[in-house]
Design a protein around this ligand. Structure first.
Ligand code: SF4
Length: 225
Protein backbone atom coordinates (compact mmCIF):
# COMPACT_ATOMS: atom_id res chain seq x y z
CA UNK A 1 0.00 0.00 0.00
CA UNK A 2 1.26 3.50 -0.84
CA UNK A 3 -0.12 5.81 1.87
CA UNK A 4 0.49 4.98 5.53
CA UNK A 5 -2.04 2.78 7.30
CA UNK A 6 -2.69 5.64 9.73
CA UNK A 7 -3.58 7.95 6.86
CA UNK A 8 -5.84 5.32 5.34
CA UNK A 9 -7.65 4.69 8.63
CA UNK A 10 -8.30 8.42 8.98
CA UNK A 11 -9.56 8.63 5.39
CA UNK A 12 -11.68 5.49 5.82
CA UNK A 13 -13.35 7.06 8.88
CA UNK A 14 -14.22 10.16 6.86
CA UNK A 15 -15.39 8.07 3.91
CA UNK A 16 -17.77 6.03 6.05
CA UNK A 17 -19.19 9.13 7.78
CA UNK A 18 -19.95 10.78 4.45
CA UNK A 19 -21.39 7.62 2.94
CA UNK A 20 -23.69 7.20 5.94
CA UNK A 21 -24.91 10.77 5.53
CA UNK A 22 -25.44 10.33 1.78
CA UNK A 23 -27.00 6.85 1.81
CA UNK A 24 -28.81 6.49 5.14
CA UNK A 25 -31.16 3.84 3.76
CA UNK A 26 -28.61 1.68 1.97
CA UNK A 27 -29.46 -1.98 2.32
CA UNK A 28 -29.34 -5.29 0.53
CA UNK A 29 -31.34 -4.91 -2.66
CA UNK A 30 -32.10 -8.62 -3.06
CA UNK A 31 -35.61 -9.64 -1.94
CA UNK A 32 -35.82 -12.54 0.53
CA UNK A 33 -37.66 -13.59 3.64
CA UNK A 34 -35.47 -16.44 4.96
CA UNK A 35 -31.72 -17.15 5.05
CA UNK A 36 -32.23 -19.89 2.47
CA UNK A 37 -34.02 -17.51 0.11
CA UNK A 38 -31.12 -15.07 0.45
CA UNK A 39 -28.69 -17.87 -0.29
CA UNK A 40 -30.63 -18.73 -3.46
CA UNK A 41 -30.90 -15.07 -4.50
CA UNK A 42 -27.20 -14.48 -3.92
CA UNK A 43 -26.22 -17.50 -6.02
CA UNK A 44 -28.50 -16.18 -8.77
CA UNK A 45 -26.97 -12.68 -8.56
CA UNK A 46 -23.58 -13.73 -9.96
CA UNK A 47 -23.15 -11.96 -13.30
CA UNK A 48 -26.74 -10.72 -13.08
CA UNK A 49 -28.41 -7.57 -11.80
CA UNK A 50 -30.28 -7.63 -8.48
CA UNK A 51 -33.31 -6.23 -10.29
CA UNK A 52 -33.52 -9.22 -12.59
CA UNK A 53 -32.90 -11.63 -9.72
CA UNK A 54 -35.80 -10.10 -7.80
CA UNK A 55 -38.04 -10.47 -10.84
CA UNK A 56 -37.15 -14.15 -11.10
CA UNK A 57 -37.39 -14.93 -7.38
CA UNK A 58 -40.85 -13.37 -7.09
CA UNK A 59 -42.21 -16.45 -8.84
CA UNK A 60 -39.48 -18.85 -7.78
CA UNK A 61 -40.13 -18.33 -4.06
CA UNK A 62 -43.82 -19.06 -4.66
CA UNK A 63 -43.04 -22.32 -6.38
CA UNK A 64 -40.19 -23.54 -4.12
CA UNK A 65 -41.19 -22.91 -0.51
CA UNK A 66 -38.49 -24.71 1.49
CA UNK A 67 -34.90 -25.97 1.23
CA UNK A 68 -36.40 -29.45 0.64
CA UNK A 69 -38.26 -28.19 -2.44
CA UNK A 70 -34.94 -27.16 -3.99
CA UNK A 71 -32.98 -30.14 -2.68
CA UNK A 72 -35.21 -32.68 -4.40
CA UNK A 73 -35.97 -30.68 -7.54
CA UNK A 74 -34.71 -31.82 -10.92
CA UNK A 75 -31.78 -29.60 -11.91
CA UNK A 76 -33.25 -29.16 -15.43
CA UNK A 77 -36.56 -27.91 -14.02
CA UNK A 78 -34.91 -25.41 -11.72
CA UNK A 79 -32.58 -24.31 -14.54
CA UNK A 80 -35.63 -23.53 -16.64
CA UNK A 81 -37.19 -21.50 -13.81
CA UNK A 82 -34.06 -19.36 -13.39
CA UNK A 83 -33.13 -19.22 -17.05
CA UNK A 84 -33.15 -15.44 -17.43
CA UNK A 85 -30.51 -14.96 -14.69
CA UNK A 86 -27.84 -16.48 -16.95
CA UNK A 87 -25.50 -19.38 -16.21
CA UNK A 88 -28.72 -21.17 -15.32
CA UNK A 89 -27.41 -24.74 -15.51
CA UNK A 90 -24.50 -24.04 -13.20
CA UNK A 91 -26.60 -21.98 -10.82
CA UNK A 92 -29.33 -24.63 -10.69
CA UNK A 93 -26.73 -27.28 -9.91
CA UNK A 94 -25.33 -25.11 -7.12
CA UNK A 95 -28.74 -24.38 -5.62
CA UNK A 96 -29.81 -28.04 -5.66
CA UNK A 97 -26.43 -29.21 -4.31
CA UNK A 98 -26.30 -26.61 -1.55
CA UNK A 99 -29.92 -27.25 -0.56
CA UNK A 100 -29.39 -31.00 -0.44
CA UNK A 101 -26.46 -30.57 1.91
CA UNK A 102 -28.44 -28.12 4.05
CA UNK A 103 -31.31 -30.63 4.32
CA UNK A 104 -29.19 -33.70 4.88
CA UNK A 105 -26.40 -32.31 7.06
CA UNK A 106 -27.82 -29.21 8.71
CA UNK A 107 -31.41 -30.23 9.44
CA UNK A 108 -32.82 -27.94 6.77
CA UNK A 109 -31.31 -24.80 8.33
CA UNK A 110 -28.72 -22.62 6.60
CA UNK A 111 -25.56 -22.86 8.75
CA UNK A 112 -24.27 -19.63 10.30
CA UNK A 113 -20.51 -20.02 9.97
CA UNK A 114 -18.14 -19.16 7.15
CA UNK A 115 -16.59 -22.62 7.27
CA UNK A 116 -19.92 -24.44 6.86
CA UNK A 117 -21.25 -22.03 4.24
CA UNK A 118 -18.25 -22.25 1.93
CA UNK A 119 -18.51 -26.04 2.28
CA UNK A 120 -21.83 -25.91 0.43
CA UNK A 121 -21.63 -26.62 -3.30
CA UNK A 122 -21.44 -23.43 -5.36
CA UNK A 123 -21.16 -21.16 -2.33
CA UNK A 124 -18.10 -18.90 -2.29
CA UNK A 125 -16.85 -16.41 0.22
CA UNK A 126 -18.88 -13.57 -1.28
CA UNK A 127 -22.19 -15.42 -0.94
CA UNK A 128 -21.22 -16.64 2.53
CA UNK A 129 -20.35 -13.11 3.70
CA UNK A 130 -23.64 -11.83 2.35
CA UNK A 131 -25.68 -14.44 4.24
CA UNK A 132 -23.63 -14.08 7.44
CA UNK A 133 -23.94 -10.30 7.46
CA UNK A 134 -27.60 -10.08 6.53
CA UNK A 135 -29.09 -13.04 8.39
CA UNK A 136 -26.78 -13.91 11.26
CA UNK A 137 -25.62 -10.49 12.47
CA UNK A 138 -21.99 -11.48 11.90
CA UNK A 139 -19.68 -8.58 10.97
CA UNK A 140 -18.99 -9.58 7.37
CA UNK A 141 -17.84 -7.67 4.32
CA UNK A 142 -18.98 -8.52 0.81
CA UNK A 143 -16.41 -7.65 -1.84
CA UNK A 144 -18.32 -7.26 -5.09
CA UNK A 145 -17.46 -5.53 -8.34
CA UNK A 146 -18.35 -2.05 -6.96
CA UNK A 147 -16.21 -2.57 -3.86
CA UNK A 148 -13.24 -3.73 -5.92
CA UNK A 149 -13.41 -0.77 -8.28
CA UNK A 150 -14.29 2.04 -5.88
CA UNK A 151 -11.97 1.00 -3.05
CA UNK A 152 -9.13 0.94 -5.59
CA UNK A 153 -10.11 4.38 -6.88
CA UNK A 154 -10.16 5.68 -3.30
CA UNK A 155 -6.70 4.22 -2.74
CA UNK A 156 -7.92 2.19 0.24
CA UNK A 157 -6.73 -1.04 -1.34
CA UNK A 158 -4.18 -1.81 -4.02
CA UNK A 159 -5.50 -5.26 -4.92
CA UNK A 160 -8.07 -6.71 -7.31
CA UNK A 161 -8.24 -9.94 -5.31
CA UNK A 162 -11.46 -9.99 -3.23
CA UNK A 163 -9.92 -11.89 -0.35
CA UNK A 164 -6.94 -9.54 -0.11
CA UNK A 165 -9.24 -6.51 -0.37
CA UNK A 166 -11.45 -7.91 2.39
CA UNK A 167 -8.43 -8.36 4.64
CA UNK A 168 -7.07 -4.87 3.91
CA UNK A 169 -10.41 -3.10 4.36
CA UNK A 170 -11.16 -4.90 7.60
CA UNK A 171 -8.05 -3.21 9.03
CA UNK A 172 -9.38 0.21 8.03
CA UNK A 173 -13.09 0.08 8.90
CA UNK A 174 -14.83 -0.72 12.19
CA UNK A 175 -16.57 -4.14 12.30
CA UNK A 176 -19.92 -2.47 12.98
CA UNK A 177 -19.65 -0.76 9.56
CA UNK A 178 -18.60 -3.76 7.45
CA UNK A 179 -22.06 -4.90 6.34
CA UNK A 180 -23.35 -1.39 5.64
CA UNK A 181 -20.20 -0.29 3.83
CA UNK A 182 -20.83 -2.61 0.89
CA UNK A 183 -24.44 -1.49 0.51
CA UNK A 184 -23.44 2.19 0.58
CA UNK A 185 -20.61 1.65 -1.89
CA UNK A 186 -22.99 -0.18 -4.23
CA UNK A 187 -25.42 2.77 -4.04
CA UNK A 188 -22.51 5.15 -4.68
CA UNK A 189 -21.35 3.06 -7.62
CA UNK A 190 -24.83 3.04 -9.15
CA UNK A 191 -25.54 6.73 -8.73
CA UNK A 192 -22.21 8.63 -8.80
CA UNK A 193 -19.07 6.56 -9.23
CA UNK A 194 -20.19 4.65 -12.30
CA UNK A 195 -17.60 2.46 -13.98
CA UNK A 196 -17.38 4.28 -17.29
CA UNK A 197 -18.43 7.78 -16.32
CA UNK A 198 -17.86 8.65 -12.67
CA UNK A 199 -19.39 11.98 -11.72
CA UNK A 200 -16.43 13.24 -9.71
CA UNK A 201 -17.82 16.80 -9.78
CA UNK A 202 -20.86 15.63 -7.81
CA UNK A 203 -19.03 13.18 -5.57
CA UNK A 204 -19.07 13.69 -1.81
CA UNK A 205 -15.73 11.88 -1.60
CA UNK A 206 -13.88 13.84 -4.27
CA UNK A 207 -11.52 15.68 -1.89
CA UNK A 208 -10.61 12.34 -0.28
CA UNK A 209 -10.21 10.47 -3.55
CA UNK A 210 -6.84 10.31 -5.32
CA UNK A 211 -8.67 9.35 -8.55
CA UNK A 212 -10.99 12.36 -8.56
CA UNK A 213 -11.20 13.93 -12.00
CA UNK A 214 -9.05 11.29 -13.64
CA UNK A 215 -10.71 10.19 -16.84
CA UNK A 216 -10.69 6.66 -18.25
CA UNK A 217 -10.82 5.17 -14.81
CA UNK A 218 -11.43 1.72 -16.19
CA UNK A 219 -14.20 -0.66 -15.29
CA UNK A 220 -14.85 -3.95 -13.66
CA UNK A 221 -17.29 -5.94 -15.74
CA UNK A 222 -20.55 -7.67 -14.92
CA UNK A 223 -22.91 -8.36 -12.12
CA UNK A 224 -24.98 -6.66 -9.47
CA UNK A 225 -25.57 -3.54 -11.55
S1 SF4 B 1 -14.10 11.23 -6.82
FE1 SF4 B 1 -14.67 10.24 -8.76
S2 SF4 B 1 -13.44 8.38 -8.83
FE2 SF4 B 1 -13.38 9.10 -6.71
S3 SF4 B 1 -15.07 8.00 -5.68
FE3 SF4 B 1 -15.89 9.96 -6.39
S4 SF4 B 1 -16.78 9.56 -8.41
FE4 SF4 B 1 -15.42 7.84 -7.90
Amino acid sequence: MGASVKDKIARAAEVIDRLKAAYPNAKCSLSYSTPHELLVATILSAQCTDKRVNRVTRQLFEKYRSPEDYAYAAVEDLARDIHSCGYHNQKAKSIVGASLKIVEEFGGKVPGTMEALVGLPGVGRKTANCVLGECFGVPAMVIDTHMIRIMNLLGLTDSRNPQVIERQLKQLFEPRDWVGLTHMVIDHGRSICMARRPKCDECILSDLCPSSGVSNLGSEGGGRG
